[in-house]
Design a protein around this ligand. Structure first.
Ligand code: DGL
Length: 204
């Protein structure tokens, strides 16, 4: 275990981060852990997830690094009293990047219901003096994980119907950046562009 980098998410979303890491550091040894038995995380209780995330981290604690490639699990991790120096979560680094790359510092965040309820993105961005527009969107995780039950055409139709409705939240916000604060959401950037004009999509 000591030579392994463990990347974990509730499901497929963290594969984006896994691919980035393997491209940048191809000589490392990796384990990708998808906790699909307990997917989705974003609508589960805080108490349940605290236990679950703690036990995953403790199981892999001897790894070279543990990358929490999940915004919901990263938010939960911040509530735990664990101080492992080899654990990396993704909220602060994403918020800082979005802040640095935004021109008007008006930033939208789409994430699971729980990530938004826990408010870690809002806190991190508020500390930076950005204006934040947070939107709960766990429904989108269900579409992405359930993609195989639909034809491509049907999938895109229901996704776009949902986006049209949900993204009306940003109508008068004047945001120039959108944090896709759920690792699953990076898969649908082309669709977001049909309903929202921002200069900056930050995938996390
Ligand atoms: N991919 C996860 C995230 O980044 C959560 C998806 C879920 O299990 O609800 O928040």
């Amino acid at each position: 275990m000591k030579d392994k980098i463990v990347v974990f998410d509730s499901g497929l979303g963290g594969l984006n981060i896994y691919k980035t890491l393997t491209n940048k550091h191809p000589n490392e040894n990796y384990i990708y852990f998808a906790d699909e038995l307990y997917l989705p995380y974003g609508t589960k209780s805080v108490e349940f997830l605290k236990q679950r995330i703690r036990s995953i981290i403790e199981y892999f604690k001897d790894a070279k690094a543990i990358v929490i490639a999940c915004n919901t699990a990263s938010s939960i991790y911040r509530l735990l009293d664990l101080n492992y120096p080899n654990v990396y979560e993704i909220i602060d680094v994403t918020s800082q990047y979005a802040y640095n790359t935004s021109r008007n510092k008006k930033i939208g965040v789409i994430a699971t219901d729980l990530t938004i309820e826990l408010g870690m993105y809002q806190d991190a961005l508020n500390k930076l003096n950005a204006k934040v527009f947070p939107l709960k969107y766990s429904e989108l995780v269900d579409f992405i994980e359930g993609k195989d039950q639909y034809s491509e055409e049907e999938y895109l139709r229901i996704v776009n119907e949902s986006l049209k409705d949900k993204f009306s939240f940003f109508k008068d916000s004047d945001i120039d950046s959108l944090i896709c604060g759920c690792t699953h959401f990076g898969y649908l950037i082309d669709e977001y562009k049909k309903h929202l004009t921002v200069s900056n999509y930050v995938i996390s």
